[in-house]
Write a protein that binds this ligand. Structure first.
Ligand code: NAP
Length: 346
């Protein structure tokens, strides 16, 4: 078989605000790959099927010498994110041709990831019958795990309590809503369009509102106070949550997407209430909680997703050439569910 083009999304430069396809990233078709003969050097050759576009990718667009919880993207190299692929060839124990793998993959049609580096690691998985590959980067993957691990570890939920979930229509928020409802809580949630608000209600939120057209402060004053805040957005929404928290409230600090593309304009007025109300803030990253909760997650959640007991919604972009736009969509909020890039069908 002759060498074939290996399309890749290359990182070009740090954006000043939102990432821009064609400027921040470019799609490149200058390389070819010989699938039968490319040296594996003890590794595996992967065909990329699905890639994830996630909020945290914006924090990887920073100078390479600045530390962060995920490695910075390197100019001139492909960007990378969680994905699902199929093993084409393998020289490594535990991986054989035809296996499905999940892990950090280059935004390339074909790649040779290094399975030895834990945070870049890939693992073989067996897809749950009835669940598409795309789910494994969303509700059955990192975002779903974040919701499950964080909720189980820190919520300490009681049935008569009230929780506020910001970013309620995304893969993290929508699963938190469902976990909270299973535990019997009243759920208040916010999202950025009326259509997203409708989805939040469909997954069980008692109160859902469009934070762009309705005051978060007013809703929380009317429907709160809140015992738990699941924070996906940070900024003034966090400030409003502090203002409407009960004494001894728990704040699960999962993300702060309102701050990823701009640090300007946030005026936190209520920080003094953290001590006054004895609020506990749990800042967490999924990596730290995985050893405790991952096994249980894979036993419980994929089955519930496949059966429809837990609902999820995907927003699929087709073609690796569109991954730069998919990444931007997630930052500006035009994604209508878990943003997934389908690179190849099989
Ligand atoms: P997502 O909902 O698929 O996408 C991000 C959403 O954020 C956008 O669709 C948009 O929805 C909203 N958004 C954008 N700008 C905003 C702003 N200024 N104010 C409020 N909302 C804004 O994302 P996800 O994958 O579920 O992730 C949700 C959060 O969890 C993110 O902050 C992410 O970084 C965090 N996270 C943390 C961990 C961890 O380990 N701690 C792991 C995974 C994810 P709207 O239309 O509603 O504005």
């Amino acid at each position: 078989m002759a060498p074939i083009t290996n399309g890749r999304t290359i990182y070009k430069e740090i954006p000043t605000g939102f990432p821009e396809p064609g400027k921040t990233t470019v799609y490149d078709t200058s390389l070819t790959i010989d699938l039968e003969n490319v040296p594996l050097n003890g590794g595996v050759l992967i065909k990329t099927l699905v890639l994830s576009a996630d909020p945290y990718m914006r924090v990887q667009m920073r100078p390479v010498d600045i530390e962060g919880y995920m490695p910075a993207f390197i100019p001139g190299q492909p960007i990378f994110s969680l994905g699902v692929g199929k093993v084409i060839r393998s020289e490594r124990d535990g991986f054989k041709s035809g296996d499905y793998v999940y892990g950090l993959l280059d935004h390339a049609e074909y790649s040779l990831p290094n399975p030895d580096i834990p945070e870049f690691g890939i693992r073989v998985f067996k897809p749950e019958p009835g669940l598409r590959h795309t789910a494994y980067v969303g509700a059955a993957g990192m975002p779903g795990q974040t919701s499950y691990y964080g909720w189980k570890e820190y919520a300490n939920a009681k049935a008569d309590e009230t929780v506020f979930v910001s970013g309620g229509a995304g893969p993290v928020g929508s699963i938190v809503i469902q976990l909270a409802k299973q535990d019997g809580l009243k759920v208040i949630t916010s999202a950025g369009t009326d259509e997203k608000v409708k989805f939040c209600k469909e997954v069980g939120a008692d109160v859902a509102f469009n934070y762009k057209t309705t005051s978060t402060l007013e809703v929380l004053k009317k429907e709160g106070p809140i015992n738990i805040y699941w924070d996906n957005v940070g900024g003034t929404t966090l400030d409003a949550a502090i203002e409407n928290a009960t004494n001894h409230a728990r704040f699960l600090e999962c993300g702060a997407i309102s701050q990823y593309n701009s640090k300007d304009g946030v005026n936190m007025k209520n920080l003094d209430q953290i001590y006054a109300r004895r609020i506990t803030l749990y800042g967490f990253l999924i990596f730290d909680l995985a050893p405790k909760w991952e096994e249980e997650f894979y036993k419980v959640i994929p089955k519930k997703l496949a059966s429809g007991e837990i609902k999820f919604r995907e927003d699929i972009t087709f073609g690796l050439e569109n991954s730069g736009q998919a990444i931007r969509d997630v930052q500006i909020g035009t994604n209508t569910g878990k943003k997934v890039i389908v690179v190849a069908q099989e």
